[in-house]
Design a protein around this ligand. Structure first.
Ligand code: 5GP
Length: 179
């Protein structure tokens, strides 16, 4: 079934799971080479990156750690309502090589916010690995060290990404059908 209806929108298959797996394997090979010998901790950003993090991590051969973070709205904020606090940093990232695992980088605002907060914990360096990247929407100068696929400015769904809570369980990546 190549089309799915989720809530009010129609989606069609965009990137099949076999291609996603191939892209992730290639990324894992690069990470394994680049970060050999370093003290590495992967930080998956919930919810969207859980599937990517899981598939990538099983192909990582480094001696390393993984943990997951979530962005939560600051309680009681009014003026800066879209600034979100990073929660769940249990592992000590001090002087470690941190690899942020993101499902998608769109404007880059979320990533910028995450990096600013992580810097406060004084890691040795921060690398970014994202499965998807929308270059036409990107507004930041932050380096994206590992990019799986560059995609146009379409809304995508599946492989961990949702549309209003649904669709994260789809193995393939879908994109919205504009009508
Ligand atoms: P940014 O801060 O880079 O603009 O946005 C990052 C977040 O926006 C992602 O973590 C994701 O939650 C959401 N997002 C951006 N583009 C898409 C998309 O095409 N599909 C879905 N499901 N979420 C997206």
């Amino acid at each position: 079934m190549s089309r799915k209806k989720v809530h009010d929108k129609e989606f069609e298959i965009y990137i099949p799971s076999a291609e996603i797996r191939k892209v992730i394997s290639e990324m894992a090979i690069k990470i394994n080479q680049d970060l050999a010998g370093k003290d590495v901790i992967f930080l998956g950003i919930l919810n969207g990156a859980f599937m990517f993090a899981s598939d990538l991590f099983r192909e990582i051969t480094l001696d390393c750690q993984i943990s997951f973070l979530k962005l939560a709205s600051y309680a009681g904020t009014s003026s800066t309502g879209n600034v979100k606090r990073l929660i769940g940093i249990n592992e000590d990232i001090f002087q470690k090589t941190v690899v942020i695992l993101e499902d998608i980088v769109d404007t880059g605002v979320t990533l910028d916010n995450i990096i600013k907060q992580l810097k406060g914990y004084e890691p040795a360096e921060i690398k970014v690995a994202t499965l998807l990247y929308k270059p036409d929407a990107y507004t930041k100068d932050l380096k994206l060290d590992y990019v799986g696929l560059e995609i146009p400015n379409d809304f995508v769904l599946g492989y961990g990404l949702d549309y209003e809570g649904l669709g994260r369980n789809l193995a393939d990546l879908y994109k919205v059908v504009e009508d």
